[in-house]
Design a protein around this ligand. Structure first.
Ligand code: ADP
Ligand code: MG
Length: 569
């Protein structure tokens, strides 16, 4: 071995490795899923590159992963003939888990094992899961299309450091040798490995093969010869792309495992939708809603989008053109028959097909969520807690689907007076007074400020429900969503709160009487306050508070004014 170099992992990486080994230990067999998943990705990448440079196949276009073990040496080996890595890539991809956002990640750790392991799952530890079962990992790799002499060996005991060295490697691709920990011998077993592969990796797109020993010719019970089978590599998974199978043949577990493969999530998805569309457009989509928001959902630079395939060939990860930003938490694949195989991000930007697929995928997600909300009230509330804030970006970004998006919204309201946002607009409308034709809301800095606002007094007295909005985006949201189901959103803090038919004739007479009675008092208050206010009026909306500040009908609401002030406007 030449040109050997030792490197130290970043401090964060070491910490993460330790934590991961501990918290994922109860589910340690997932290491195989992760490594097989990487091999499948490497095959996908090679297949894609070979579309424009067939020589990369080096006369071996049958992509597969091979799995073997050596009981004496206590090793399990996973080897693929995918794209492989250069020395630089090895250092870049295996040298650090510290992808962007690691420090944010550490801030979120709670010390609670269950919670932390969920976070780790989202973080996508992939390759490093090898260290759950191995105390030494050796990676031999050589990039497709390069000389045999350009191979690289990476080696680490998963502690402070790793080493890289140059090696000869005749076959392209990557071989990962796991030196199992003392008590992990259960994986040195043919049956065990097969079981894990079919459990987790049945539907990755390439075969996972294990070596089968020669079977001698034998006579069966009828005395006939059954021919000998020579030793050979045998596929132990189905190796068909999951989305290309008919829905009726797929089990929930298969969908769930496939999700983990594409989404780098260790948890099951909340729900999914699998659709094959034929006709004018031909495509298959398989879209998943995760259970938990990624810790970096608010990082604008974070890649998102679907895995794009064209006629079963993997084209790219994170094709963001097919999902609007307010649905950036959706994971899944899109396999189009209409896009060209040589499609690039630039081409995607301006083909008509892209726009059509995007709008179709968007509709799928919205209707999947609508159905889910109908069927699973409590689970939907959990979804709302995780993703509601993102969904609220919807009406501004996607005016065409405003109503559908708004149907998915959940708010706090005076019906429950609870901070939990679980009132849908449809439920609100269902409870509206017969004479009511508006959706009333109040915005405030906090839920408590909204709930205790004096502006609500008269509405509470009349038994009219008011939405209590206190999320930062709410005001902005409503500026893009003036009405729902034909009913305008009306702030109860606007000057002349017109309760329309909710005020009876008697109420109105009483109000007029009060206005004349207090006219001179109002004049005095105006005099005292002078320029500080625009106007002073008798209010009929307060029942126990003597006075309150309101915005004029044409002016910004008080909440919006505060927001603008904060932004220095
Ligand atoms: P992820 O798969 O989410 O990118 P991993 O930790 O599983 O994260 O892998 C890190 C990176 O290492 C991969 O993105 C890939 O670039 C590289 N890698 C891992 N395994 C292989 C492999 N078998 N062949 C080629 N590259 C690999
Ligand atoms: Mg991976």
């Amino acid at each position: 071995m030449e040109h050997q170099q030792n490197h130290t992992f970043s401090a964060d990486t070491g910490k993460l490795l330790k934590l991961m080994i501990h918290s994922l230990y109860s589910n340690k067999e997932i290491f195989l899923r992760e490594l097989v998943s990487n091999a499948a990705d490497a095959a996908d990448k090679l297949r894609f590159k070979a579309l424009s440079d067939g020589a990369l196949f080096e006369n071996d276009a049958d992509l597969r992963v091979r799995l073997s073990f050596d009981a004496d040496a206590k090793t399990v080996t996973i080897s693929d003939n995918g794209i492989g890595m250069t020395r630089d890539e090895v250092v870049e991809h295996l040298g650090t888990i510290a992808k962007s956002g690691t420090s944010d990640f550490f801030e979120q750790l709670s010390g609670d094992q269950v919670k932390d392991s969920q976070l780790i799952g989202q973080f996508g530890v992939g390759f490093y899961s090898a260290f759950i079962v191995a105390d030494k990992v050796v990676v031999n790799t050589r990039k497709a299309g390069e000389e045999a002499s350009t191979g690289t060996r990476w080696e680490s005991a998963g502690e402070a450091d790793y080493s890289v060295a140059d090696i000869e490697k005749a076959d392209r691709g990557t071989e990962i040798i796991l030196h199992l920990r003392e008590d992990e011998s259960e994986f040195l077993n043919d049956y065990k490995l097969r079981t894990i592969v079919s459990k987790y990796s049945d539907h990755i797109s390439i075969p996972v093969e294990m070596f089968t020993e020669e079977v001698a010719e034998v006579k069966n019970e009828e005395g006939e010869d059954t021919p000998a089978v020579p030793a050979h590599w045998e596929a132990i998974n189905k190796a068909t792309a999951l989305w290309s199978c008919p829905k009726a043949e797929l089990k929930d577990e298969e969908y769930q495992e496939f999700y983990k493969h594409i989404a780098n999530d260790f948890e099951n998805p909340l729900t999914w939708s699998h659709n094959k569309v034929e006709g004018e457009q031909e495509y298959t989509s398989l879209l998943y809603i995760p259970k938990r928001a990624p810790f970096d959902m608010w990082n604008r630079e974070k890649a998102h989008g679907l895995k794009l395939y064209v006629q079963r060939v993997f084209i790219m990860d994170d094709a963001e053109q097919f999902m609007p930003t307010y649905l950036r938490f959706v994971k899944g694949i899109l396999d189009s028959n209409d896009l060209p195989l040589n499609v690039s991000r630039e081409i995607l930007q301006d083909t008509r097909t892209t726009g059509k697929l995007r709008s179709a995928c968007t509709k799928r997600v919205l209707s999947m969520l609508t159905k889910f909300a109908k069927k699973n009230d409590t689970e939907y509330n959990e979804f709302w807690k995780e993703f509601g804030q993102v969904l609220k970006e919807g009406p501004a970004e996607d005016a065409a689907n405003k109503e559908k998006i708004a149907k998915l919204f959940r708010f706090s309201s005076t019906e429950t007076d609870s901070a939990e946002q679980n009132v849908s607009l449809d439920a609100y409308i269902g409870r509206m007074k017969e004479e009511q034709d508006k959706i009333y809301y109040i915005t405030a800095d906090s839920f408590n400020a909204a709930k205790n606002s004096p502006h609500l007094e008269i509405l509470r007295k009349k038994g009219v429900e008011v939405l209590l909005l206190s999320d930062r985006v709410d005001e902005w949201l409503l500026s893009h969503l003036p009405e729902y189901d034909g009913k305008t959103f009306t702030s109860v803090t606007q000057g002349d709160l017109d309760l329309g038919k909710l005020d009876s004739e008697e109420d109105k007479k009483e109000q007029e009487k009060q206005e004349t009675e207090f006219a001179s008092f109002v004049d005095r208050v105006k005099e005292v306050l002078g320029d500080k206010v625009k106007d002073v009026r008798i209010t009929h909306r307060l029942t126990s508070t003597p006075s309150c500040i309101v915005a004029d009908n044409d002016d910004m609401s008080t909440q919006m004014a505060k927001l603008m002030a904060q932004m220095g406007q």
